[in-house]
Design a protein around this ligand. Structure first.
Ligand code: TXA
Ligand code: MG
Length: 325
């Protein structure tokens, strides 16, 4: 059931479900999360079951204040407070050494835990009302498209969860940037996301980005076939390549453009991420438009290459995975 997430009554209701060990979905500024109380193992296990997610893929712990940060992680490096000061609440997840009380179910057996303080008021209120951090992956089925509206969650998980707090369309639109910080070492980015690397480097200096060079999976969940629509998706350089895929008009094409489309007539469906060419606007529309193209009349989705600067990196990372079959 979808309920208004801005009503305190509903936040209380959601917190009560969490207290009883029942996972619920809630908005963050990035994507919707499927949450469980971190101290209720059965409830955390249910998340994996609902999402059909393998147990080797660890979860992000969502906190509402710095007291909870120290409750879940060991802070051995001053840079962490600096990052928290500049970017929390917001779309940055830090990988830090875990405290004993954090179960290996959450971390998939790792000695580190992923933590972030979301900037969405409903998410923060929910954590405060529960008075405990919340473990939450994105509220989609494993490998499927991430949800940026309550309706996206309903479509994928509606028959499996009791409550979805509706906070409208998420403002950031792509998942958080994941950064691993080890004492006396250069930080390493494990997933491009809602906070551009350029912004982080301004605060703590050079970040290592191994995701491009090695094909090694750094975040265990960052598999190649993540974020996949149900229809085939192909990345093309620009609009000129569309006719190749028309197959004498026998194939219906849905097109995801960045800023504009010159010839809309040959398309069965299309979406323009940002007519202003604004990366923030594009990212906030990104998953929603992929969901809509996936649900619309097209048989295949062609996606235009996005310039890999700023949030363009996060979007291209997800498109590349969506195109991998
Ligand atoms: O924006 C977000 O991060 C959203 C919202 C709901 O907060 N959450 C999200 O969670 O994207 P999820 O589960 O879909 O992705 C979390 C990623 C996975 O790829 C997982 O492997 C990685 O974080 N991860 C979690 N703990 C880790 C750890 N200790 N070391 C390395 N990677 C970790
Ligand atoms: Mg996910």
């Amino acid at each position: 059931m979808i309920v208004n997430g801005y009503s305190y009554k509903n936040i209380k209701k959601a917190a009560n479900f969490l207290k009883k060990g029942e996972p619920i979905a809630f908005p963050t500024e990035t994507v919707y999360g499927l949450g469980a109380n971190i101290y209720n193992k059965k409830s955390v296990a249910k998340i994996f079951e609902i999402k059909q997610r393998p147990f080797f893929d660890p979860l992000i712990v969502h906190i509402a204040n710095l007291k909870q940060l120290e409750e879940v992680a060991k802070i051995e490096d001053e840079r962490i407070y600096l990052l928290a000061k500049h970017f929390w609440p917001g779309p940055l997840t830090l990988i830090l050494p875990k405290q004993k009380r954090i179960s290996y179910l959450i971390t998939a057996g790792l000695e580190t835990v992923a933590i972030r303080m979301p900037s969405n008021i409903i998410a923060l209120s929910l954590i405060q009302e529960l008075d405990s951090p919340i473990a939450a992956p994105s509220a989609n089925l494993f490998t499927h498209l991430s949800p940026t509206t309550a309706q996206h969650v309903l479509k994928q998980l509606g028959n499996k969860i009791k409550l979805i707090l509706d906070g409208g369309k998420t403002t950031c639109g792509v998942e958080s940037t994941i950064l691993s910080i080890e004492k006396n070492k250069k930080p390493v980015v494990l997933r491009m996301g809602g906070l551009p690397i350029e912004n982080i480097e301004k605060i703590i200096g050079k970040i290592i980005n191994p995701t491009k060079k090695s094909q090694k999976v750094l975040a265990p969940g960052n598999l190649k076939n993540h974020y996949a629509p149900q229809k085939p998706l192909i990345i093309i350089n620009n609009e000129k390549e569309i006719p190749k895929y028309l197959k004498n008009n026998k194939q219906k094409i849905g097109y995801l453009a960045f800023q504009k489309i010159n010839n809309k007539k040959i398309l069965s469906d299309y979406k323009i991420l940002s007519s202003q060419g604004d990366f923030k606007e594009a990212a906030s529309n990104f998953f929603d438009y992929l969901h809509q193209l996936d649900d619309g009349p097209a048989e295949i989705i062609l996606a235009e290459k996005i310039k890999e600067v700023n949030l363009g990196k996060a979007m291209m990372e997800r498109l590349t995975k969506a195109a991998h079959r």
